[in-house]
Design a protein around this ligand. Structure first.
Ligand code: GDP
Length: 225
């Protein structure tokens, strides 16, 4: 019989439970406001967890899956044209922020420029921004615009959490290989980042994402600077 491991070596940390003081109230997400111009942003308050991603990567589906709401992120979805930052209050203790998607085909230069100004300014200057969730299709991660976004996050010293979504489209083995490759690349691209596989279709990775986002929001609420 093997000797029992010393107590402090055991991996028996308590798991984050829904309803914990620090857990994000994702299921309580309530639409609050939309912003088209950085000057319209509300006064900074509770921690903001922002979601960004290439068009069609699965960002809206990920938001809907994480909040358990079928159409939350579709409320004001207007492909590529109306570029809005949408705020959802999480029980007044944090905000989920849906940033406009990027990489739409055939978008006029002024729309692209507006995206850069709106999202670039938000990432560089938003005091209450705790972290950005970058949603990427697990089959095509780290496309050029994803890398640009990660370079902004790195420059601003912002934590990033990458969701490699549509993981159901990959075999278990291919998923692991992708996860390892992206994790290695992120060491250079965005050192304050974490990455996981996710599937809105299969409901895979929800607990891991909710736990990570709760920790990031709680850390920001504790030390807002
Ligand atoms: P967005 O443009 O980033 O908001 O992307 P959507 O959430 O609208 O998703 C784009 C397409 O991918 C839709 O047809 C979704 O049904 C599909 N999709 C999103 N997430 C998943 C997923 O986890 N698995 C699969 N198989 N399809 C997904």
């Amino acid at each position: 019989m093997r000797p029992a491991k010393p107590r402090d070596k055991r991996i028996d940390k308590p798991r984050e439970k829904v309803g914990d003081f620090t857990a994000l109230a994702l299921s309580k997400a309530a639409y609050t406001l939309s912003v088209h111009d950085p000057r319209e942003l509300p006064a900074p308050g509770a921690a903001e967890i922002a979601f960004a991603g290439r068009s069609n990567a699965g960002k809206s589906s990920a938001i809907n899956t994480l909040t358990g709401r079928r159409r939350l992120a579709y409320v004001s979805k207007a492909p590529g044209r109306t570029q809005l930052i949408n705020f959802f209050s999480l029980d007044g203790r944090a905000f989920l922020v849906d940033l406009p998607g990027y990489g739409y085909a055939g978008v006029p230069a002024e729309v692209r420029d507006h995206w850069e100004t709106l999202v670039g300014d938000y990432i560089a200057n938003r005091e209450s921004l705790a972290a950005v969730v970058v949603v990427m299709d697990a089959r095509h991660p780290l496309m050029p615009l994803d890398r640009q976004l990660l370079s902004w996050l790195r420059a601003a010293g912002r934590p990033a959490h990458i969701l490699l979504t549509k993981a159901d489209k990959l075999s278990k083995q291919a998923g692991r290989v992708t996860l390892d490759r992206v994790r290695r690349e992120l060491i250079q691209l965005a050192p304050r980042s974490t990455v996981q596989l996710f599937s809105s279709l299969k409901g895979e990775g929800i607990a891991e994402a909710a736990g990570t986002l709760s920790r990031l929001a709680a850390a920001k609420n504790k030390s807002p600077g």
